[in-house]
Design a protein around this ligand. Structure first.
Ligand SMILES: N[C@@H](CCC(=O)N[C@@H](CS)C(=O)NCC(=O)O)C(=O)O
Length: 200
């Protein structure tokens, strides 16, 4: 059975949410960030969550795992095919959620929680917030054209970006989200599969 290494609040939410949307069976292997189990380190020596084991497959990059689940256990409307007109937007925002949004926040999380007090508000922390918030605002045009990021249908691109919005909110940046983004974020989080995943 699919095993998902998971810690509450981490990017494993993307993987669990995808599995819930697809109705996949899975088991959770609870992990604590900073206190990784030997089994988890064997799968991902970098010790960053999430990771999965699925038979002979071991993977450890959240958006890649989401794509893997769609390809391995699909087809699914959560991942439009390359011929689909929504595919380019789907792919762009799937990657954007990590590459242009969440990734910017990792140094900031480290600075907030680990830096000495006199370095918590340093230049890099401010730059991370500025860039993250600008990139969130850049979604406004897209979300005024369509109800979801790839088009009218909910897809894994929304899973990717909504996790990034959660991460920004956990750092106090939700006040930077323009109303159309805040509305979209709230709407997508009402999905039963999200509610099931966030409760894990
Ligand atoms: N690009 C990776 C980022 C993974 C990542 O940074 N995970 C965080 C938790 S959400 C983590 O484990 N940080 C602690 C560490 O890297 O030691 C992904 O999307 O899976």
């Amino acid at each position: 059975m699919l095993k998902i290494f998971h810690a509450s609040g981490s990017r494993s939410l993307r993987v669990i949410w995808m599995a819930e949307e697809m109705g996949l069976d899975y088991e959770l292997a609870p992990e604590a960030i900073g206190r990784s189990s030997p089994e988890f380190i064997a799968v991902n020596p970098a010790r960053a969550l999430p990771a999965i084991i699925d038979g002979d497959v071991a993977m450890s990059e959240s958006v890649a795992i989401v794509q893997y689940l769609a390809a391995r256990y699909g087809p699914t409307p959560l991942a439009p095919a390359a011929e689909d007109p929504t595919y380019p937007a789907y792919l762009q925002y799937l990657v954007y959620g990590e590459g242009s949004l969440s990734a910017f926040l990792n140094p900031l999380v480290g600075t907030r929680f680990l830096a000495p007090d006199d370095q918590k508000d340093n230049f890099t922390a401010g730059l991370c917030r500025t860039l993250f918030s600008r990139r969130v605002k850049a979604l406004t045009g897209r979300l005024s054209e369509s109800s979801h990021l790839a088009g009218e249908a909910f897809t894994a691109a929304d899973i990717s970006v909504v996790y990034a919005l959660n991460m920004g909110a956990s750092l106090g940046f939700a006040e930077d989200y323009p109303a159309p983004i805040a509305d979209y974020w709230a709407r997508v989080k009402t999905r039963p599969a999200y509610q099931a995943a966030i409760a894990k």
